[in-house]
Design a protein around this ligand. Structure first.
Ligand SMILES: [Zn+2]
Ligand SMILES: [Zn+2]
Length: 109
């Protein structure tokens, strides 16, 4: 079963891209979490920071539709694997909603 993804996007300010140039941050960040209401902030993947055998660390951006500000943080990846062990979750640790393997890609809808 596949849940709908949020798919909300937000432009990343030019100065943020400049500040984070070593991580090659994208111009537009997209919320890939399971579709959610306004009480839940959008969170989108910006760039991978590091990876080892146990975890991936990435920059994540958090924003709300009714605020211009964005928040940034480095968070470890979600440790959940899919029930059939064929896929792993690409979201951040303790994310709300379903894991990535259970959420559809908004660009394929
Ligand atoms: Zn969202
Ligand atoms: Zn997950």
């Amino acid at each position: 079963m596949t849940e709908a993804a949020c798919g909300a996007t937000r432009r990343v300010a030019a100065f943020i891209q400049t500040t984070m140039i070593m991580w090659d941050v994208q111009r537009v960040v997209r919320c890939d979490l399971q579709a959610h209401g306004p009480e839940q902030d959008h969170v989108g993947h910006l760039a991978q920071v590091s990876e080892d055998l146990h975890s991936v660390l990435s920059w994540w951006a958090r924003w709300r539709d009714d605020e211009r500000a964005m928040w940034f943080g480095i968070i470890a990846d979600c440790p959940m694997d899919s029930p059939d062990d064929q896929d792993y979750c690409t979201f951040f640790r303790y994310h709300p909603g379903a894991c990535s393997w259970a959420v559809g890609d908004p660009e394929e809808v």
